[in-house]
Design a protein around this ligand. Structure first.
Ligand code: ATP
Ligand code: MG
Length: 383
């Protein structure tokens, strides 16, 4: 019978927490496989998927590969632990040409033949069927793995498919990701989901200065992220009133700095209202004027909960590479304006002093503006 072996990653190191991590992982696996029929079993430090529709195997593998916490997958033949069946399975999976070796793991010590001997015998059977093959024990093109389990069953397989690794979503607390339409913030979201965070997104838009397409683009990005985050809700906050107030009352070179502080305050309030414990941004040190240490200091100073910036030490090229890998890049580069591009100062301060920022901002009724924005949220659950 064809089965899928699902191996998990560092979560098995978590001692007493193991049940917590495993139950999150299992429920996430079941979530991504909800449209398929299959049997699921736990078998020390791995899961076995059986009795699935084999015509769907590519889709099932693709779904499993992207579940955080999954380390690798193998499609295996499961046979009874008797020599003839093991050998027949190995012959079936053996490569057509090149070099190979057989590698045996005998977890079931009741199995009569020692690993080395079994590998040699099965290798001999494979060679007999296909004399064009050659054995190479040290640097083979292909390896046929035989894994003799304690339950009287044996898995035979040749490939390990690398999965995403990371920690199961749901084990790392809850975070609010500030999601713009750009390249960086979706990557930041991906990275924190990979550490097990459950995410909710906030997006600031300035209708009518920014278009409905700009908002739709962010919802499209959230939909792409859902593949990894499993669930995601986007709070779309109208930022127009705040931007207009800053534009009217503050020196234009402080526009971006003060906007960022408002975004942070609102994100934090949403975090508190929804039981989240952190805010996540796509900032990368020095990338633009608003991402100098001084700018980050002035944004950070309004936050009272941790702000995670997983891209802080990344080059743009590296961020783009991840965006391409996770499938958000093509959407991120679509040309829609962001609210940060309106009222854009000609010469933004690159090294704002916190005391100066606070003084400039003091002409605004910060609390009222934040409260108004919070009262003006459109919440969209991404399906
Ligand atoms: P990105 O590619 O994520 O847009 P960026 O390089 O354009 O980032 P900035 O525009 O300086 O950088 O934004 C820094 C961070 O602030 C973003 O990564 C995002 O987390 C947050 N942010 C910016 N604009 C918005 C917005 N309109 N709504 C929500 N978050 C935003
Ligand atoms: Mg941006």
């Amino acid at each position: 019978m064809k089965v899928i072996i699902v191996r998990y990653s560092e979560i098995h190191l978590k001692g007493n927490n193991r049940d917590f991590f495993e139950s999150a992982l299992i429920s996430n696996i079941k979530f991504v496989l909800k449209e398929y029929k299959y049997d699921f079993a736990r078998s020390n430090a791995r899961y076995i998927i059986r009795n699935f529709d084999e015509t769907q195997i590519e889709n099932i593998i693709d779904a499993l590969k992207n579940v955080f916490g999954v380390h690798s997958l193998s499609v295996a033949l499961e046979v009874d632990s008797v020599y003839e069946q093991i050998s027949a399975a190995a012959i079936q999976l053996a490569p057509a040409s090149g070099t190979f070796k057989v590698s045996t793991n005998r977890a079931d010590k009741r199995f009569p033949t020692k690993s080395m001997v079994l590998s040699a015998d099965v290798g001999g059977d494979i060679l007999e069927r296909n004399p064009r093959l050659k054995v190479d024990l040290f640097n083979p093109d292909n390896t046929v793995y035989i894994d003799i389990r304690e339950n009287g069953k044996t898995f035979v397989y040749t490939q390990s498919i690398k999965a995403v690794n990371g920690m199961p979503v749901g084990t790392g607390g809850k975070g609010i990701v500030m999601l713009s339409g750009g390249i960086d913030s979706p990557v930041a979201a991906y990275m924190m989901a990979k550490r097990g965070m459950t995410l909710r997104a906030v997006h600031f838009h300035s209708f009518p200065y920014t278009s409905m397409q700009a908002k739709q683009k962010v919802l499209d990005l959230a939909k792409l992220l859902k593949k990894y985050t499993l669930h995601i809700t986007v709070d779309v906050v109208s930022f127009t009133e705040i931007q207009t107030a800053i534009h009217e009352k503050c020196p234009e070179e402080y526009m971006i700095t003060i906007m960022r502080r408002f975004m942070m305050r609102i994100a934090e309030r949403i975090a508190k209202n929804t039981g989240a414990g952190a805010v996540i941004t796509g900032e990368s040190l020095g990338q633009v004027a608003s991402q100098t240490l001084e700018s980050i200091t002035s944004t950070n100073s309004v936050a009272t909960i941790p702000v995670f910036r997983p891209l802080i030490g990344f080059d743009k090229d590296d961020i783009i590479e991840i965006a391409q890998k996770i499938g958000t890049f093509e959407t991120s580069i679509l040309p829609y304006e962001d609210c940060c591009t309106i009222f854009l100062p000609k010469k933004p301060v690159t090294k704002p002093r916190l005391s100066a920022v606070e003084k400039v901002e003091s002409v605004l009724d910060v609390d009222a503006l934040v409260d108004n924005a919070l009262g003006n949220i459109e919440t969209i659950v991404i399906e």
